[in-house]
Design a protein around this ligand. Structure first.
Ligand SMILES: Nc1nc2c(ncn2[C@@H]2O[C@H](COP(=O)(O)OP(=O)(O)O)[C@@H](O)[C@H]2O)c(=O)[nH]1
Ligand SMILES: [Mg+2]
Length: 449
């Protein structure tokens, strides 16, 4: 898949969104028309038709705005534009609905069916609002990537830009420079050499000679490598069919486990799930307090014990509570100190034993949290944890703070583990589901002319 395809995909996404919006509006118009017809107020239908046209015009305008802001280089500007235009659109919708409501209100013979109609309209309004919110969320997700990756883009992208600015021909010097650029961007040494070799072949094969062709071959290859390394691994969180889902967070100190739990708990809570946290990092009082603060902020429950308690005792109490009181998700925060591999292994397997005794399938996920700013060091940690416990996925934090976004490719290529979420800042909303397309798009955005 090439750069062009990414854009095609994205514009296809936009078109699909636009079509869904339109279909939804048509459906609503039909509903309103039906109820108006019941009321024998045919003249109102004309007005409704007009306001509906307006709404459609506005929403396509909004799409154009979004498209424009996507092409805009400044992601700060992008977010505000999209937010504003999306809010604006909600306003248009509300206004149109109000107009419709007013016109329907005019006739003197108010009847029972009119009340029903108003109720229906209120429902429709709510539905529309919900949809708008969802769309806004989706846009914001993509935008977060673009914003969060601005550091990676500005250096990785700049480096590549510089490389291409000096581009004369595809010769050995070019490939040497490309290899250096890739290594500096943390895709990993083996991967950089490998990628450069594959690019040599591909460039020959596709007879790419000019700058754009070679750029496209590089981007295409990066996405291909990400897809291949994945082996169909899902980025979805594995949820229990019945009873509580238990998610264990592992990783060394300071990578962002507690923060990520705070962010995820908020997402699940807002999704209507009953969430419980377990403060099984009992090594420092500070760690327990930190999770407790998140619990308060997210308004979710927490199981905690005094500092230096046995982490497995916390897990035991938490899993019991989760089962007894029908929690949907239990997030377990663990300590990240690694005196040695044996200790770590013992501690984690003890916790797991406690869990499986209560819920045979638990833990449903063991998420390894890695700090993207630590580069190759993160990879070494990952290898250690992978040997120690059955890691099911990666959460890569602090992508906003690194100029070396290439680490995502390295993790995928060397560990064959899916990156499920990425941290793009310290705020509760700064966590995004990982999406390879958004990622590569975000990384290369500055390069695309
Ligand atoms: N910029 C940025 N900071 C983060 C992110 N995730 C966590 N942090 C910060 O990293 C520091 C350590 O996080 P913490 O959750 O305590 O790590 P833990 O020791 O693994 O539990 C805190 O200051 C967090 O605010 C992220 O995605 N981006
Ligand atoms: Mg912590």
């Amino acid at each position: 898949m090439g750069l062009f395809d990414i854009f095609k995909r994205r514009s296809k996404k936009d078109k699909e969104k636009q079509r869904e919006q339109q279909e939804q509006k048509e459906k609503q118009e039909n509903k309103t028309q039906e109820s108006s017809l019941n009321n024998n107020q045919e003249s109102n239908n004309d007005n409704e038709g007009k306001s509906d046209l307006n709404t459609n015009e506005n929403s396509s305008e909004n799409n154009v705005k979004n498209e424009n802001s996507k092409q805009n280089g400044d992601s700060h500007l992008d977010t505000s534009k999209i937010n504003n235009s999306a809010n604006g659109d909600t306003d248009y919708l509300e206004n149109d609905d109000k107009k419709t409501a007013e016109t329907v209100d005019k006739p003197a013979n108010k009847s029972h069916s009119e009340e029903q109609e108003q109720e229906q309209e209120q429902e429709q309004e709510q539905e529309q609002e919900q949809e708008q919110e969802q769309e806004q969320e989706q846009e914001q997700e993509s935008n977060k990537f673009e914003k969060g990756l601005s550091k990676s883009r500005s250096t990785f992208g700049e480096k590549l830009n510089r490389l291409f600015a000096n581009f004369r021909s595809v010769d050995e010097d070019f490939f040497d420079d490309l290899e250096d650029t890739l290594i500096e961007s943390d895709v990993g040494f083996d991967m950089a050499v490998n990628l450069t070799d594959q690019l040599r072949e591909e460039v020959k094969l596709q007879n790419a000679k000019n700058r754009e062709d070679v750029q496209n071959v590089i981007i295409q290859k990066m996405i291909d490598i990400y897809d291949q390394a994945g082996n169909d691994e899902s980025t979805k969180i594995n949820m229990a069919e019945n009873g509580p889902t238990v998610i264990l967070f592992v990783g060394v100190n300071g990578v962002g486990k507690t923060t990520t739990i705070g962010k995820m708990a908020d997402k699940y809570k807002k999704d209507g799930k009953k969430v419980l946290l377990a403060a099984a990092d009992t090594f420092r009082a500070g760690a327990i307090e930190q999770l407790d603060e998140w619990a308060k902020r997210d308004q979710v429950d927490i199981v905690k014990k005094p500092e230096k308690s046995d982490p497995s005792a916390v897990v035991y109490e938490a899993v019991h509570k989760a089962k007894e009181e029908d929690y949907d998700v239990l997030f377990v925060d663990t300590a990240g100190r690694l005196q040695n591999k044996v200790n770590l292994m013992n501690e984690l397997s003890k916790m797991k034993k406690v869990l499986t005794r209560e819920i045979p399938e638990a833990p449903h996920e063991v998420l390894l949290v890695l700090d993207a700013t630590t580069g190759q060091n993160a990879l070494n940690q990952a290898k250690l944890f992978k040997e120690t416990t059955d890691v099911t996925g990666i959460i890569l934090t602090k992508l906003d703070g690194t100029a070396k976004g290439g680490i995502v490719l390295a993790i995928r290529n060397e560990l064959h583990l899916p990156v499920k979420y990425v941290g793009l800042g310290e705020k509760v909303s700064d966590l995004s589901k990982f999406d390879a397309n958004d990622y590569v798009y975000g990384l290369f955005k500055g390069l695309i002319k």
